[in-house]
Design a protein around this ligand. Structure first.
Ligand SMILES: [Ca+2]
Ligand SMILES: [Ca+2]
Ligand SMILES: [Ca+2]
Length: 459
C-alpha cells in the first residue's frame, strides 16, 4: 500500500515536471516551425519606430527573455517597373522592399502600417504578471503585448514587442542565426550587372538552416534540396523544381523562363526568414515567384501573370538519391516506393504529399487561389527511369515527380489585358527527420499550414 502510494506520488511529480510551463508551451512546441507575421496596422503603438530598433521578448521561467524578431518593410510596387526600360503592368502589389534589388527601398523608411514583423512559433511564451517591470531597453518606450493563438488547439501564448531606447545596443536576432542565405551570381558580379532583358543569369545561391538546405542555379532553377533535420542522411533528393506550360513540351520550362527577361525584386535574410522574390517567365514577364524560407519551413508562392495558356504544371522532380523513400498523399495514404518504377495512384488534386525515408521527411501542403470558377486541376505524379514526358532540364528520369496541374481553361492572368483573372499557388514545405513520416503526421502539418497562428494586441 505504502509502496503504491509512493509510486503514485512519484508519477505525479514526474508528470508535473514534464507538463508544459503554461499553455504557451504547446504552441512553442507543436507549432515551432510556423511563423507569426504581424503587419504594422496590427501593432499601432510601434508605427513610426525605426524598423531596426524593434525587439521582442517572451515571458518564461519568471522573467522576460529576448527572442529573434525580423522586420521586413513592404511597399506597393508595379512589378513591371523592375525592368529597364520599365514595363508597367498597371497593377500595384505589395512586395518586400530591398534597396539592393529591383524592388528598391521602402517609400517610408520608418515602420509603417504595411510593413511586417515576423517571429517564430518556437518563441511564444507565457502570460506575464501585469505588474512585471519592463526590460531597461523598453522603459518609457512604445511597446505592445501580442496574444498568439493556435486555431487548431485553442492554446494561447504571448510575446512582447517594443521599440528599443535609442543609444542602447540591441541584437534583433537575440543571438540566434539559423538561416544562412546567400544570393550570388556565378559571375561574382553584383546585382547591378543582372541581365534583365535577356538571361541566363547563372547563380550559385544557397540557403542553409538546421533543418534543410537549398541550391539555386538561376532565377527559376532550384536544383538542390537536402534534409538536415535530426537523423536524415542529408543527401540531395531534388533533381529540379519544374514549372512548365505543358508537361509534354520543353517549349516553356523553368529553363526558358530563366533564359528570358526577368528581375529580382528581393533577396533578404534575417533571424526569422530569408526572402527570395523574382519575376519574369517569357511572355509572362510579371509572373512572380516568392520563397519565404523559415528555419523549418519553406513557403513557395507563385503568382501567374500571363496571357491565356490553357494548362500549367508545377512539380518537384526528385533525384535518384530519393530512391527507397515512400511517396504518399492524402488520396494515397499507404504510399508507394520511390524507385523509378511506375506506381498506380488514386488520381486527383492532393491537399498534401510527402516523401519519407532515411533521407528525411519532406511534407508539402498545396493550396491555390483563383477567381476563375471551376478551373480544372489535378495532381501530377510520374515515377519512372524512362519517362514518356520530355525531361527538358536536370537528369533523364522522373523520381516521384509530384505536384499540381491546371489541365485546361487557364485564361488570361496578364494585368495588361482587359478582363484578366487571378491565379496563384502557395506551397508550404515542412522538413523533418526519418521518424516524421506517415499520413497522420502529414495531415497534421497540412492543417497547420492551412490554419496559421493568429495574433492580436492585448495591451
Ligand atoms: Ca516602412
Ligand atoms: Ca515507384
Ligand atoms: Ca528528372
Amino acid at each position: 500500500m505504502r509502496k503504491r502510494l509512493l509510486i503514485t506520488i512519484t508519477s505525479a511529480l514526474l508528470v508535473a515536471a514534464l507538463a508544459p510551463a503554461g499553455a504557451s508551451a504547446s504552441i512553442a512546441g507543436l507549432r515551432s516551425a510556423d511563423p507569426i507575421v504581424v503587419t504594422g496596422a496590427r501593432v499601432p503603438a510601434l508605427i513610426g519606430s525605426a524598423p531596426q530598433r524593434i525587439i521582442a521578448y517572451r515571458y518564461s521561467a519568471k522573467r522576460l527573455r529576448q527572442v529573434p524578431v525580423q522586420v521586413d518593410e513592404r511597399k506597393l510596387f508595379d512589378v513591371g517597373n523592375a525592368y529597364q526600360p520599365a514595363l508597367p503592368s498597371g497593377e500595384q502589389t505589395l512586395v518586400y522592399a530591398d534597396a539592393a534589388m529591383s524592388a528598391g527601398a521602402d517609400n517610408d523608411l520608418d515602420f509603417d502600417s504595411n510593413d511586417e514583423i515576423a517571429l517564430l512559433g518556437s518563441s511564444v511564451g507565457g502570460k506575464a504578471p501585469s505588474n512585471l517591470a519592463l526590460p531597461s531597453t523598453l522603459r518609457g518606450r512604445p511597446h505592445q503585448w501580442l496574444r498568439v493563438r493556435d486555431p487548431i488547439s485553442g492554446e494561447v501564448g504571448y510575446l512582447l514587442l517594443g521599440a528599443a531606447r535609442p543609444g542602447i545596443k540591441i541584437d534583433q536576432a537575440a543571438g540566434s542565426h539559423p538561416l544562412k542565405y546567400k544570393f550570388a551570381l556565378a559571375s561574382g558580379q553584383p546585382y547591378s550587372s543582372y541581365r534583365r532583358a535577356q538571361g541566363p543569369n547563372p547563380e550559385s545561391s544557397s540557403l542553409t538552416t538546421p533543418f534543410y538546405s537549398l541550391g539555386f542555379s538561376d532565377r527559376w532553377i532550384k536544383d538542390r534540396l537536402k534534409i538536415r533535420a535530426k537523423d536524415a542522411t542529408g543527401v540531395d533528393i531534388l533533381d529540379m523544381h519544374k514549372s512548365m506550360v505543358s508537361a509534354r513540351s520543353c517549349a516553356r520550362s523553368e529553363r526558358t523562363f530563366s533564359d528570358g527577361e526577368g528581375a529580382f525584386l528581393t533577396n533578404r535574410v534575417g533571424p526569422v526568414r530569408a526572402i527570395r522574390d523574382f519575376i519574369g517567365a517569357n511572355s509572362g514577364p510579371m509572373t512572380e515567384r516568392r520563397e519565404l524560407m523559415y528555419p523549418g519551413r519553406e513557403d513557395v508562392e507563385t503568382f501567374l501573370r500571363v496571357h491565356a495558356i490553357g494548362t500549367v504544371f508545377d512539380f518537384l522532380d526528385y533525384s535518384a538519391a530519393a530512391s527507397g523513400m515512400t511517396y504518399r498523399n492524402n488520396l494515397n495514404t499507404a504510399g508507394v516506393t520511390v524507385d523509378g518504377r511506375p506506381d498506380v495512384l488514386v488520381p486527383g488534386l492532393p491537399k498534401w504529399s510527402q516523401v519519407s525515408g532515411d533521407q528525411g521527411t519532406l511534407t508539402v501542403s498545396y493550396s491555390h487561389q483563383t477567381n476563375i470558377v471551376g478551373l480544372p486541376m489535378t495532381g501530377y505524379y510520374v515515377d519512372s527511369t524512362t519517362p514518356t514526358s520530355p525531361q527538358c532540364t536536370g537528369d533523364s528520369a522522373s523520381y516521384a515527380a509530384s505536384g499540381a496541374a491546371v489541365t485546361s481553361g487557364m485564361t488570361t492572368t496578364e494585368p495588361r489585358e482587359s478582363g484578366y483573372s487571378n491565379f496563384s499557388t502557395s506551397w508550404k514545405l515542412y522538413f523533418g527527420g526519418r521518424s516524421s513520416g506517415g499520413a497522420k503526421k502529414a495531415a497534421a502539418l497540412d492543417r497547420r499550414a492551412r490554419q496559421p497562428l493568429q495574433s492580436s494586441v492585448v495591451r
